[in-house]
Design a protein around this ligand. Structure first.
Ligand SMILES: Cc1cc2nc3c(=O)[nH]c(=O)nc-3n(C[C@H](O)[C@H](O)[C@H](O)COP(=O)(O)OP(=O)(O)OC[C@H]3O[C@@H](n4cnc5c(N)ncnc54)[C@H](O)[C@@H]3O)c2cc1C
Length: 405
């Protein structure tokens, strides 16, 4: 590896590679420093049967927009990883594999980055180290009985890899629902500890909900449209691309036999405690669907289209246990799918807000030469997905080029 470079991009996922693509077009000298391999997060932090939740047509990576035979399908994980490898090869992305950056500091006219082989000097730095960084577990997790097998969502691979017995999945956004469904389908007794999540049917009026989200402006809404900064921590809309895409949310899971329980509240000995708030959580999701519906209504008016029919369900009211005895329930495993928090502790610059998100405008921070990519709602709702990351990368790359001239 060279000892100095104009731009160092930290992270070789979609955010880092998209930035690299635009810098390559602009003939800017740069390197992508990747702790593992290209698409490391997709390779090592997803379960075996994972498929994209967003349809293939929404893969809009620069230089690699999806144009395959199945635009309405949902790429399985192995195909997605191959897609990333082919994309990086297609523009000869200057990737340094197995190169974690452990720290970097400002120097005259740039930065010094610490990598395993020593120090790399760069004039500008783009931090693109992921949208889902540190797994979050709710308070009380440490009270669980020690003999329960506990894993994080990113450690889950398949039902066979778990000890036999019932499973508690804590956290119910896209990942929690998909994992609960897979475990239930494999014959396990499953308890799903439910939080406040948005949901929708997979198709609305015959069109995929992501198509509506893209066309209505829902995907491109900005940070300013959120009710609070903390809304960036709320999980994605409950849905799945599994089996060609189908409805997956509290009502389908309950109807299929998954045991819904409320928020996890802690444990005492073999007893686990849950709030009596499933109804409130489902009401919250119903309200978010009505928010989404407003976008669909506006889209229909703007495009002269009839509003689709929608079978609005009534309030969801079931009785759920607030206490579970591990032995009586035959519970052997707990899977934490309770969200993520930003984790930039190794970036020693005062550019973070109270929640740990970088304070930036279009990726630029108050520190000259320091940029971020792939941050939730960095510019838009779509900043962290395959649909929108390219747009952000183009803007960040342009800023980098302009700052040099
Ligand atoms: C379960 C799940 C399902 C998702 N499904 C979809 C979907 O269907 N459609 C969609 O569009 N999006 C989806 N996303 C969202 C998004 O596409 C992914 O989170 C994506 O991986 C984000 O890309 P990224 O480049 O920002 O981060 P990452 O892919 O996480 O890449 C960051 C890279 O940085 C590297 N890195 C980290 N720290 C360092 C360091 N200090 N030095 C060097 N390298 C470092 C990591 O090894 C990693 O390769 C999903 C996310 C999750 C978690």
């Amino acid at each position: 590896m060279k000892s100095s470079v104009d731009v160092a991009i930290i992270g070789g996922g979609q955010a880092g590679l998209a930035t690299s693509w635009y810098l390559t077009q602009a003939k800017v000298d740069h390197v992508v420093l990747e702790a593992g391999r290209v698409a490391e997060t997709w390779r090592t932090r997803h379960w075996d049967s994972f498929c994209l939740v967003t349809p293939n047509w929404s893969v809009k990576l620069p230089g690699a927009e999806y144009d395959g035979p199945d635009p309405d399908g949902f790429m399985p994980l192995s195909e997605l990883i191959d897609y990333f490898k082919a994309w990086a090869d297609s523009f000869d992305a200057p990737i340094e594999d197995s190169t974690p950056v452990t720290s970097f500091e400002a120097t005259d006219g740039g930065f010094h980055l610490t990598v395993p082989s020593g120090t790399l000097k760069a004039r500008q730095v783009v931090v693109a180290t992921g949208a889902y960084q540190r797994a979050h577990r709710p308070a009380g997790w440490e009270q669980l009985p020690r003999d329960l097998h506990q894993i994080l969502a990113e450690e889950y691979r398949n039902p066979e890899a778990l000890p036999p017995g019932a499973v508690l999945v804590v956290g119910s956004a896209q990942t929690g629902c998909q994992v609960a469904e897979e475990l239930h389908d494999s014959g396990r007794t499953v308890y799903l500890s439910c939080g406040r999540c948005a949901w929708t049917t997979r198709r609305i009026g015959g069109r995929d909900f992501v198509r509506w989200a893209a066309e209505s402006g829902f995907l491109t809404r900005s940070f300013q449209t959120l009710p609070s900064p903390a809304s960036r921590l709320i999980g994605n809309i409950q849905s799945t691309g599994g089996r060609g895409g189908h409805d997956l949310h509290y009502r389908t899971l309950h109807a299929g036999g998954v045991n819904l329980v409320g928020h996890f509240k802690g444990a005492n000995g073999s007893k686990l405690f849950f709030a009596d708030d499933v109804a409130a959580s489902v009401d919250f999701g119903d309200a978010r669907l009505r928010d989404f519906w407003k976008y669909i209504e506006a889209c229909c008016i703007a495009t002269n289209r009839n509003l689709p029919d929608f079978d609005w369900p009534g309030p969801f009211r079931i009785t759920t246990p607030t206490e579970l005895d591990v032995h009586e329930a035959g519970l052997r495993t707990v899977i934490w799918t309770s969200g993520y928090r930003p984790d930039y502790k190794w970036v020693k610059f005062p550019v973070f807000d109270d929640l740990g998100f970088p304070v930036q405008t279009d990726g630029r921070t108050a520190v000259p030469g320091l940029y971020f990519m792939g941050v939730h709602f960095m510019r838009k709702n779509s900043s962290t997905i395959l649909y929108g990351v390219g747009e952000d990368a183009e803007i960040v790359a342009r800023h980098i080029v302009e700052a040099r001239s």
